[in-house]
Design a protein around this ligand. Structure first.
Ligand SMILES: NC(=O)c1ccc[n+]([C@@H]2O[C@H](COP(=O)([O-])OP(=O)(O)OC[C@H]3O[C@@H](n4cnc5c(N)ncnc54)[C@H](O)[C@@H]3O)[C@@H](O)[C@H]2O)c1
Length: 252
């Protein structure tokens, strides 16, 4: 077991990539707090993990709000006393052309994807520093944080910000034995990407941009998250790991 007795907090842990990470971490021995917006789905995830012999709790919280973030972290600490691994996975994406992005669109993307990541990171990092226990923080970015996709300026900007946030944190927190890395998935099969996957002509066209000619699976991101969370990556910090079937390296 690669995460035996570690305590992990996974935001957006009730579905998609976050769910796969929570399940994988629990299978590797971690006690996992799954947090997010959907109480029922979070409780189902925690029950699923517990049924499989793992340990998990569900915490309803909206990461846009400091009060929610504090309550979420306090609940995890009350349960297990510390947090060793944080996965800032919660995120949203709604396409709009640059000329049509509304102020609300912009705020929604930046508040959840970037500000939420900052709020949770800062609170958890403070606890890690206070306890002197070190830790691993994983920020869920995207290939959109490294290259621009049309109709995603708000999402691209937020994910690019996450990569620099991760590097900034890595620089400042290294002396506390806290590592901070980001994951940059390509196109992964989840609720977020369902509309495109369920449109045969559109997905056939899209797959031409991916050298491996298939969409990725949440479990393939969970494997990378496991590496980042475990001691196997103990000399790695400030790194952005791309998992995209080769999409980003292709010129045309
Ligand atoms: N699916 C992809 O192709 C892909 C690619 C690159 C990056 N990502 C990133 O991976 C992460 C997970 O994506 P997914 O595809 O599993 O999406 P998803 O929509 O299936 O899951 C997103 C999760 O975030 C939670 N969430 C949303 N707003 C929240 C808020 N304000 N507070 C707390 N939780 C909130 C949702 O409840 C949900 O559990 C996101 O950050 C996304 O940007 C996804």
């Amino acid at each position: 077991m690669r995460l035996k007795d570690k305590i992990a907090l996974v935001t957006g842990g009730s579905q998609g990539i976050g769910l796969a990470i929570a399940v994988r971490f629990a299978a590797e021995g971690a006690k996992v707090a799954v947090a997010g917006l959907d109480k029922e789905a979070l409780e189902e995830t925690a029950a699923y993990i517990t049924d499989k012999g793992g340990q998990a709790i569900a915490i309803e919280a909206d990461i846009r709000y400091r009060a929610d973030v504090d309550r979420m972290v306090d609940e995890a600490l009350r349960e297990w006393g510390r947090i060793d691994i944080l996965v800032n996975n919660a995120g949203v994406n709604r396409t709009a052309s640059f000329l049509e992005i509304t102020e609300e669109d912009w705020d929604w993307h930046l508040d959840i994807n970037l500000k939420g990541t900052f709020l949770v990171s800062q609170r958890v990092a403070k606890e890690m520093v206070k306890l002197g226990s070190g830790g691993s923080i994983i920020q869920m970015s995207s290939v959109n944080g490294l290259a621009a996709e049309a109709d995603q300026a708000h999402y691209n900007a937020a994910k690019g910000g996450i990569n620099l946030l991760a590097m900034s944190m890595a620089v400042e927190l290294a002396s506390y034995d806290i590592r901070v890395n980001s994951l940059c998935p390509g196109f992964i099969e989840t609720r977020l990407t369902k509309p495109l996957i369920e449109n045969p002509p559109a997905i056939a066209e899209y797959l031409k941009t991916i050298p491996m000619k298939r969409v990725g699976q949440p479990e393939e991101i969970a494997s990378a998250a496991l590496f980042m969370a475990s001691d196997e990556s103990r000399y790695m910090t400030g790194h952005c790991m791309v998992i995209d079937g080769g999409q980003l390296i292709k010129l045309s």
